[in-house]
Design a protein. Sequence first.
Length: 324
Amino acid sequence: MSDKEKILSIVVPCYNEEAVLPAFYDEICRTADELKDRVDCEFLFIDDGSADATLSILKGYAGSDERVHYISFSRNFGKEAAIYAGLQNASGDYVVVMDADLQHPPAFLSQMLDNIRSGEYDSVAMRRLDRKGEKKIRAWFSAQFYKLNQKISGVDIPEGATDFRMMTRQMVDAVLSMPEVNRFTKGIFTWVGFRTLWLPYHNVERPAGTSKWSFWSLVKYSFNGILAFSTVPLAIASVLGAIICLGAFLMMIWVVFKTLVWGDAVGGYPTLITVILFLGGIQLLMIGILSQYFSKTYMETKHRPVYIAREKKLGRPRRKKDSV
C-alpha cells in the first residue's frame, strides 16, 4: 500500500466543547486538505457524555462530511476512557490523539506525519515547553508531578508531556492490548515502548470555552498516574514501619537507662498522647495507601467495560491487527 492510500485517524475526545468545536472543525478541515495528497484523513470525535450541544454539533458535521464519525457515551466516563474508545474504533494506519480546544494545534500534524512516515519513529508526541496562561500554582504542581513520577515509577514521562501524539497502527494495537479500567494513558504510551520522538512547542491558550480540569481533578489524576505505574508508596509503608520500630526501641533503651542511672521519672500523659497520635496518624496514612491499591484491584476484578456507548456513527471498519 502506498503512503497516499494510507489513512490518518484523528481521535478527538470532547466534553462540553460546544464553544470551541466550530473553530476546531474549521482548522482541522484546513489541515486535512493540506495533507490530502499524502494521506486520507478521518475524524473520530468521542463525546464523553457532554451536557451541552456538543453531540448535536457533531451530528451536524457527520451529516455533511463523510470524514466525520462519532461515538457518544451514555455518561461521562472521563478522558482516559474517551481516548481508549477512539483508539479502539480508529481505522487508520496512523492514529493521532488531540484535544478539541485547539491547545493541540492541528498545524503540527504535517510535521508529525513526516516523522512517522520516515520509518525512524513509531510515535511522535508533543511536549509543552511552558504553561503560559495557566495559574502559577497549577503549573508548579504539574512540574513537581513529572519530577516525582520520574523518580518513583518505571516509566519515563518527560515534563510537559501531552496526550497530543501520532502513532503507527502497531503501537496503537499494543496500547489496546492493555484494557485496564484504571487507565493512565501517558504512562501506557511509555510502557509499551516503541521509538518516540518528542517535539517541543509553546503552550497555546484556548480560543473559547473553559478547561474542564479543576485543580483537584488534576491532583486526583496525578495520584492515579503514580498508583498505576509505581509500587513505591507501598514500600514507603515498610520503610516507615521499620524506622518507627527502631526509634521506639532506642527510646525504650533511653528511658530504662535514665530511670536506672539517674532515677528520672518517666514522662506521663503528654508523652503518651503524643506517641499514640503520631503512631495512629502513620497507621492511618499507610492504611490509606494500601486501600488505594486494593480499590484499584477491586475495580479491575469486576471486569467492567471501560466505557458504554449510547450512540455512534462510524465509517470504514477497523483494519486487522498487525502482530504486536
